[in-house]
Design a binder for this molecule. Structure first.
Ligand code: ADP
Ligand code: MG
Length: 315
């Protein structure tokens, strides 16, 4: 299979549906027209085999996740996804692998009508880079810089599921199907981001672990936070697993792709109602403090000061 056959295979599997796709795959570059008056929002993420996913992950799951992690970044900006590009580096041109990869990619794209409008194809050790683009009204993008003392910290969905799945995989334990789905097919919280756009002071998606990602918001906003461990939402399989390391998984485990929002108290009810309405739900897990640093309150009421913003690894 030649590079050109491969591009043709990708092109036939990616018919555009966005009115703003003036020119998609096939020329030297794509021509894209954002909705009039909107700002363009762009992000890119690379997945490396063996680093970002276990080497034996199914092609369809890799395809799904490579787009979903980018849609999650758009969600965390409060942007409406529109387009993606795909840079594929593959060790071999295996048509069945590409077909399955594209099926997964399309499954992540379809709920939001994201058009695949271009990319690049090269040979080498497997690396997948996806760029996603979306649109937001001027001044309405959700940044990391707006958290204010007194805001509540809210997370969507449940936390720690992907890390527990990875833990089970790595220990050779039987892996819970639901948790494996959370690891391989994360739901980008796009509707949640759009729904809370004018009600929250900051947003970030939880890709590197709750504490790690919250720290980015705290640093950017120059504030601190207190987090209640017993408020941290856990899925049924997480509770059933009764892992002794649940707290660790929930605080440090990455790959959940839930949103972490800071919400002024007077908007809390509305935000929680809207998060319920879009299906992911939301949970208040803490409060923003003027004093920098993170303080974790355990389920037994014990307080652990995480101290310096860089110090979490030693916890
Ligand atoms: P050029 O050599 O001009 O960069 P290419 O042969 O790399 O052109 O690409 C031809 C067309 O196919 C372009 O529109 C490009 O965006 C698209 N394309 C190439 N690889 C991919 C891919 N992996 N996914 C989507 N589109 C791709
Ligand atoms: Mg090219």
């Amino acid at each position: 299979m030649s590079e050109f056959d491969l591009i043709q295979q990708i092109r036939s599997a990616s018919l555009p549906s966005q009115p703003g796709t003036v020119l998609g795959i096939g020329d030297d570059a794509a021509v894209l027209r954002p909705p009039p008056g909107y700002d363009l929002v762009s992000c890119v993420d690379t997945l490396v085999a063996g680093v970002h996913y276990p080497g034996n992950t199914a092609a369809a799951d890799i395809g799904y996740k490579s787009l979903a992690v980018n849609l999650s970044d758009l969600a965390a900006m409060g942007a409406q996804p529109l387009w993606a590009t795909l840079a594929l580096t593959l060790d071999s041109h295996d048509p069945a692998w590409i077909r399955d990869f594209l099926t997964g990619f399309a499954a992540a794209a379809q709920p939001f009508d994201v058009d695949l409008v271009g990319g690049d194809t090269t040979q080498g050790p497997q690396v997948i880079t996806v760029q996603a683009m979306g649109a937001v009204p001027p001044g309405e993008a959700l940044c990391r810089t707006g958290a204010q003392a007194g805001d509540r910290v809210v997370v969507t969905g449940t936390i720690g599921d992907a890390a527990l799945a990875l833990h089970q995989l790595q220990c050779g334990e039987p892996v819970d199907e639901y948790l494996l789905g959370r690891l391989n097919r994360p739901s980008a919280r796009v509707s949640a981001g759009l729904q809370v756009r004018n009600l929250v002071t900051s947003a970030i998606d939880i890709s590197d672990g709750f504490v790690q990602d919250l720290k980015h918001v705290l640093k950017a906003s120059n504030v601190g936070a207190k987090v209640q461990m017993d408020a941290m939402p856990a899925s049924e399989p997480m509770i059933r697993a009764a892992a002794i390391n649940q707290q660790h998984l929930q605080l440090t485990g990455g790959d959940d792709y839930e949103l972490c929002l800071t919400v002024p108290q007077n908007h809390i009810d509305e935000v929680l109602t809207r998060l319920d309405a879009v299906g992911c739900g939301g949970q208040v897990v803490g409060e923003i403090l003027a004093q920098p640093g993170i303080c974790i309150e355990s389920s037994t009421g014990e307080l652990t000061e995480l101290g310096s913003l860089a110090g979490y690894e030693h916890f």
